[in-house]
Design a protein around this ligand. Structure first.
Ligand code: ADP
Ligand code: ASP
Ligand code: MG
Length: 421
């Protein structure tokens, strides 16, 4: 079971979580619980890091931001004990949950489960702070924002759990963020592939990596609400959203005589920033000079456009990076100004990426055209475009995010009152 930040925000909510956990145990299950920091806490800690040092050392950032989950793990264990359950916390370094890769976005490699499993078998509920791990050189790491989902799937895989229930503040995965579009539909099922793509383009209900890991390890993941009454149906019967394989969904749709939708969902992401380098020499190697230092610093570049060449063999190069990495990207590029040979750096954080996702578009033409037309009809300007086999993304002005999502939700026929699969 995993509970997110809103579910853990304060004594009363933690008590409700404890009751949900106790019920699951009473139903005969051995339970491991992964928790997030209280809502807003991680943002608060990140701000402290920025204030302390805008070009912060990611290793020390991890020490600071991992603390939020330590607090909620301890509090949930205490609350469970107050309800008469046996429970104990297992910090990332105590289990241990081993990670590799850059600080602030480390990847889980393995989890030592012997002691954990022995404790669970003896009837003790395991409470695990999400988001945190242990590096190869013994330091605290974190798994990237939203990383508690990945902690939960990793623990579920390591202990061979029957299912990984992700409890959050909405009761499932919707066709788009239900906080933006009231007419969004809850999906009973979504495939790993689609969920992976939706998450990677901004549907923050699950962290991207958690979906990739679940797909690889074959973990059954269900998304459901923690805002339920004490007399709600048990998790095994709750109508959340189940993440399933493509073959499984095909079977379910056939059984229920339903057709699969062309578009599964629409996502938006306001966490990217645009960088334009002007007057870059238009010659072989120029682009490599820009992106190599960013790659070496583990900064993920997303959309890239090399604009039409100017006169005198020069061109502008536009690309996006996570907003959190903008300051470091700028500093790195300024440091390479001589080698790259650009004229100016222009940055813009007031942008949003809007994406439509669906396996159905593999075999259908016109999905992108529908998107461009719907946005054009509302005079929304497209600054960049990228596509994959099952996704089309556009970059627009941040102020137009909500409008764009609503317009597209309607354009693809996703607005309805009833449930879809
Ligand atoms: P938690 O703190 O439980 O991890 P998050 O805030 O990370 O919760 O994720 C849940 C939120 O994801 C919801 O409150 C909702 O606003 C947002 N969200 C974005 N896209 C979707 C979607 N397609 N379906 C459901 N929720 C979505
Ligand atoms: N607390 C962390 C965050 O806000 C991890 C998580 O909640 O999943 O990103
Ligand atoms: Mg989350």
């Amino acid at each position: 079971m995993k509970f997110g930040g809103t579910s853990m925000a304060g004594t009363e909510r933690i008590r409700r979580v404890a009751r949900i956990v106790r019920r699951q145990q009473a139903a005969g299950h051995e339970v491991a619980v992964v928790v997030s920091a209280m809502a807003g806490e991680t943002d608060r800690l990140v701000t402290f890091c920025r204030e302390a040092n805008p070009l912060y050392d990611p290793a020390e950032y991890d020490v600071v931001v991992a603390s939020g989950e330590q607090v909620t793990a301890g509090l949930l264990a205490l609350t469970l004990q107050a309800l008469g359950c046996r429970a104990r916390s297992w910090l990332g370094w105590q289990m241990a949950l081993h990670t590799v890769g850059a600080h602030a976005k480390a990847r889980v490699t393995s989890i030592d489960t012997a002691a954990l499993l022995a404790s669970m078998a003896a009837g003790e509920i395991a409470v695990i702070p999400g988001f945190q791990g242990l590096s190869q050189d013994g330091r605290i790491t974190t798994l990237g924002r939203g990383g508690s989902d990945t902690s939960a799937v990793a623990v579920a895989a390591a202990i061979g759990a029957d299912r990984c229930d992700i409890y959050t503040d909405v009761d499932g995965v919707y066709t788009t963020d239900p906080r933006i579009v009231a007419k969004a539909r809850k999906l009973k099922y979504v495939t790993y592939e689609e969920m992976l793509e939706l998450a990677s383009v901004g549907a923050k209900v699950l962290q991207t990596r958690s979906v990739g890991l679940a797909m690889k390890a074959g973990v059954r993941v269900q998304v459901l609400s923690s805002f339920i009454d004490d007399d709600a149906a048990p998790a095994d019967d709750i109508p959340g959203t189940m993440i399933v394989s493509d073959a499984e969904l095909d079977r379910i749709m056939k059984d229920q005589n339903m057709e699969r939708q062309l578009i599964t969902g629409i996502a938006h992401d306001k966490n990217e920033a645009k960088i334009i380098l002007t007057r870059v020499p238009d010659r072989p190697g120029a682009v490599a000079h820009i992106f190599s230092p960013l790659a070496a610093a583990a900064i993920n570049v997303d959309m890239i456009i090399q604009n039409v060449g100017r006169e005198k063999g020069e061109t502008d190069v536009t690309f996006t990076v996570p907003q959190a990495d903008l300051a470091r990207s700028q500093a790195l590029l300024e440091g390479q100004k001589g080698a790259i040979g650009f004229n100016r750096i222009i940055t813009d954080s007031k942008i949003a990426k809007i994406s439509v996702v669906g396996v159905g578009m593999k075999s259908h033409a016109g999905v992108a055209a529908t998107m461009f037309k719907a946005l054009a009809d509302r005079a929304i300007n497209i600054q960049a475009i990228s596509t994959s086999e099952i996704k089309v993304s556009v970059l627009i002005d941040e102020d137009e995010t909500e409008l764009a999502v609503r317009v597209l939700h309607t354009a693809y026929g996703l607005d309805t009152a009833s449930e879809a699969a």
